[in-house]
Write a protein that binds this ligand. Structure first.
Ligand SMILES: [Zn+2]
Length: 235
């Protein structure tokens, strides 16, 4: 059993107090998560938070701790109602958007990271939704070959990318070999923090640093079965 954690929606506008709280928790248990950074946030959902002028310095602090940075979309604004290759939601910044537009988003997003001296190693899309054009845009505009998302038993290789599956929005036991738990610190309450800490303290040996190596394993029939059951249950 291998567990990973990813945190969504890191950007200048965020609930700093909750982000600091989860960082302290991860330091306590030696957790090295994947962080989804929104390079050019235009999502009005974040307007309720104050702006952190020190944000990119904080990103550097995270990378120095061995945390891995992901390109989490570009603007985080949903412009389509497509589910794409991973139809967890019918909302997307990417799925259903033209290849040229997607290339532009990826290129500009990476440029903002590089302006701040950070090289993103992983991609995951807002609302988990992306399509073949997203992969094509990543292939031509970036060196990113790791995607955090989709449902499978273990990491697998497909279309020239390594997919690290992401199956749950909260810590719990699940019938997968490898699980990524996805948290949105901005929206966490006290109970979420307490539940997470309890699970971390009981299972800390199963948590690994988020991986950045390519795998060779192919998507299997078993992965397909688990994914099928996952989407049936979701409906
Ligand atoms: Zn997000």
């Amino acid at each position: 059993m291998t567990y990973y954690i990813r945190l969504d929606d890191a950007c200048e506008k965020r609930n700093i107090e909750k982000w600091d709280r989860i960082e302290a928790l991860f330091d306590k248990y030696g957790i090295k998560p994947l962080i989804g950074v929104i390079p050019h946030c235009e999502d009005t959902m974040m307007d309720e938070y104050e702006t952190d002028d020190n944000f990119w310095n904080r990103v550097h602090t995270w990378t120095q701790k061995g945390w891995i940075m992901a390109l989490h979309g570009y603007s985080h604004k949903y412009t389509t109602t497509e589910g794409g290759l991973n139809p967890v939601n019918r909302l997307s910044e990417f799925a259903g958007v033209s290849l040229d537009e997607q290339k532009e988003k990826i290129k500009n997003g990476i440029e903002i990271f590089r302006m701040h001296g950070i090289e993103p190693q992983v991609f995951f899309s807002p609302a988990h939704t992306f399509d073949m054009n997203t992969l094509e845009a990543l292939r031509s505009e970036s060196s990113i070959r790791i995607i955090s998302d989709t449902v499978a038993d273990k990491p697998y290789s497909k279309w020239g990318f390594t997919f690290i599956p992401q199956q749950s929005g909260q810590v719990r036991k699940l019938p997968f070999h490898t699980v990524t738990f996805c948290y949105h610190p901005n929206e966490m309450n006290d109970v979420d923090f307490e539940t997470l800490e309890k699970f971390l303290s009981e299972h800390k040996d199963s948590f690994n640093s988020f991986p950045t190596d390519q795998v060779q394993r192919k998507y299997s029939l078993w992965d397909k079965m688990l994914s099928f059951l996952y989407f049936i249950r979701r409906r």
